[in-house]
Write a protein that binds this ligand. Structure first.
Ligand code: BG6
Length: 476
C-alpha cells in the first residue's frame, strides 16, 4: 500500500459524476468523521470560478443528492474545498494547481473527465511535478471502447504512473452487497464445499434497470449494453462469484484470483447471445418512448444483452452462467441466483424435491435467500409432503441503524488511503475487453442486430428462449 493522501484533486469537478456521486460521497464521509482532518480537496474544471462559487456549487449538489441526515455540519466539509480553473488541454493552470498542492504532499488525483482528455491531463500533471512517486491517479470508466483503445489509455497512464498508483474504478466493487459476496463465500464454511460444478447446476446474473437513455444519448449509442455493463460490472460480479479463495484480502491476492476467472471465459458463439433494443411501453406506471424515438434516429445499438457464458477451468467446467442486463426492463433488480443440483437419490416417493437455490440480492433488495426443502406439518399416512421454503436474511433488518452508503464512499476512502483491493488491475480490464471484443466480432460476422422488446418487459422473447432451451427459467 502506498499510504494516505493529504490532497485530493478532482478533475471534472463540475461534471455530472462529481455532482451526483463524488461531492455527496465526500461530504458523507466527512460527516461520519472518516476523512482525516487535514485532507484538502481541490476541484478543477474549465469554468472560471472563485473558491466561494465552487463551494456554493458543491453545497447545491450535496443538497440535491445527499439525504439531509447524512450531511452533518456541511460547513466543515465545504471549508476543505478549493478550486483551480483549468483547461486540461492547455499548459496554463497546471503550475497554479501544483502551487496550490504545495511541496511534499501525497496527492490523489481523480479523473472524472472524458478518456480523450486523459492523455493531455497526464502530460500537464507530469510536467508540473504532479505525476511523481507522491501521486496516485484514479480513472473512471469508460476505459476505451475495445481492447486496443483500452491499451492505449492504459499505456498513456502507465507512462507517468506505476500500476500500484493507478486506481481504476468499477463502482460495483464499492457496493456493500458486492463486497458481502466475498464475506458470504469466504467467512462461512457452508458454501465453499458446494461452490463448484459438482454441486451447482447453473448461475444467473441479472442487472436490470428501468431507466432509459437519460441524458447520455451520444455516449450510450456508441457503447451499448455489452460495453456499458457487461464488460465491467457484470464481469466483476462473475469474477468475485467464481474466483478461487484468495490467500489474503489484499489487492494482489484478490486481483490475481479474479483475473484467472476472466481469462478462463470461453469465447462465445453468436447463438449463445441475444441482443435487444427497447420500443415504447409502460415503465414505472408511465408510457415511455422507444430507444429510437429518444435517440431521434434508427440505431443498431443494443440496450439489452443476454449471454450464456462458460468458464473453462476445473471448478466451473460445464456450468452455464446466464447473464442479462438491459435498460427499460420490468423492474430495477441486480441479483445473482445460484441453482444447485438435484439430490442424487430421493427417499420420498411421490414427493417433488426441488433443487436448492440461493438468491443473492445486490440491489435494491439486499436480501440473501436460500430455498430449502422442508416437511409440510401434518400427519400423513402415505409419505411426507415436502415444500420449498425460504431461509431469508434481510440485510437491512439484520443491521438496523446502518445507513446505505453510496458506492463511491468506500472507493474514495480507499483511494485516499492507498488501498487498491477494490480497484480493477490492468490485466483484468484487458481480459474483460478481450472477451467482449470477441462477442462483438461474432455479432458483426453473423450480422446480428438487436431484437425489439417493449419497455417494461423482461427483454426480447429470444432471451427467455436462450435459457428455456436448456430447461432453465430466468428468476423473476
Ligand atoms: C454505469 C452505466 O456504469 O452503471 C449506466 O454506465 C448504468 O448505464 C449504471 O445505469 C448502473 O449503476 P447502478 O449503480 O445504478 O446499478
Amino acid at each position: 500500500m502506498i499510504g494516505k493522501a493529504d490532497t485530493l484533486i478532482l478533475f471534472g469537478a463540475t461534471g455530472d459524476l462529481a455532482q451526483r456521486m463524488l461531492l455527496p460521497s465526500l461530504c458523507a464521509l466527512d460527516a461520519d468523521e472518516l476523512l482525516h482532518p487535514d485532507l484538502r480537496i481541490i476541484g478543477t474544471a474549465r469554468s472560471a470560478m472563485e473558491v466561494q462559487e465552487f463551494r456554493n456549487f458543491a453545497r447545491a449538489a450535496i443538497e440535491k443528492h445527499l439525504p439531509d441526515h447524512r450531511r452533518g455540519g456541511m460547513a466543515d466539509f465545504l471549508n476543505r474545498l478549493s478550486y483551480q480553473t483549468l483547461d486540461v488541454t492547455k499548459p496554463e493552470g497546471y503550475a497554479e494547481l501544483a502551487e496550490k498542492v504545495g511541496a511534499d504532499k501525497q496527492v490523489a488525483i481523480f479523473l472524472s473527465t472524458a478518456p480523450s482528455l486523459f492523455q493531455p491531463t497526464i502530460k500537464g500533471l507530469a510536467s508540473n511535478g504532479l505525476a511523481d512517486e507522491n501521486s496516485r491517479i484514479c480513472l473512471e470508466k469508460p476505459l476505451g471502447t475495445d481492447l486496443e483503445s483500452s491499451c492505449a489509455i492504459n499505456d498513456a497512464v502507465a507512462s507517468a504512473f506505476s500500476e500500484d498508483r493507478i486506481f481504476r474504478i468499477d463502482h460495483y466493487l464499492g457496493k456493500e452487497t458486492v463486497q458481502n459476496l466475498i464475506a458470504l463465500r469466504f467467512a462461512n464454511i457452508l458454501f465453499e464445499p458446494l461452490w463448484n460444478a459438482q454441486h451447482i447446476e447453473h448461475v444467473q446474473i441479472t442487472v436490470a434497470e428501468t431507466v432509459g437513455l437519460e441524458s447520455r444519448v451520444s455516449f450510450y449509442d456508441d457503447a451499448g449494453a455489452l460495453r456499458d455493463m457487461v464488460q465491467n460490472h457484470m464481469l466483476q460480479l462473475l469474477a468475485l462469484f467464481a474466483m478461487e479463495p484468495p490467500t489474503d484480502f489484499n489487492p494482489t491476492a484478490v486481483r490475481d484470483e479474479k483475473v484467472k476467472v476472466l481469462r478462463s471465459l470461453r469465447a462465445i458463439d453468436a447463438k449463445e447471445t441475444v441482443t435487444g433494443q427497447y420500443r415504447s411501453g409502460a415503465s414505472g406506471g408511465e408510457i415511455v418512448p422507444g430507444y429510437d424515438e429518444e435517440l431521434g434516429k434508427d440505431s443498431d445499438t443494443e440496450t439489452f444483452v443476454a449471454i450464456k457464458a462458460h468458464l473453462d477451468n476445473w471448478r466451473w467446467k460445464g456450468v452455464p452462467f446466464y447473464m442479462r442486463t438491459g435498460k427499460r426492463l420490468h423492474e430495477r433488480v441486480s441479483e445473482i441466483v445460484v441453482h444447485f443440483r438435484c439430490i442424487p437419490h430421493s427417499i420420498f416417493p411421490g414427493a417433488k424435491v426441488v433443487p436448492n437455490k440461493l438468491v443473492i440480492g445486490i440491489q435494491p433488495e439486499e436480501d440473501i435467500t436460500l430455498s430449502l426443502m422442508t416437511k409440510v406439518p401434518g400427519i400423513e399416512q402415505d409419505g411426507m409432503t415436502l415444500r420449498e421454503v425460504p431461509l431469508n436474511i434481510a440485510m437491512p433488518d439484520a443491521f438496523t441503524g446502518k445507513h446505505k452508503r453510496i458506492a463511491y464512499e468506500r472507493l474514495l476512502l480507499d483511494l485516499v488511503a492507498g488501498d487498491q483491493t477494490l480497484f480493477v488491475r490492468r490485466d483484468e480490464v484487458e481480459a474483460q475487453w478481450n472477451w467482449v471484443d470477441g462477442i462483438r466480432a461474432t455479432w458483426e460476422k453473423e450480422g446480428l442486430t438487436p431484437k425489439t422488446y417493449n419497455a417494461g418487459s423482461w427483454g426480447p422473447s429470444a432471451a427467455i428462449a436462450l435459457a428455456e432451451r436448456d430447461g432453465v427459467t430466468w428468476h423473476e
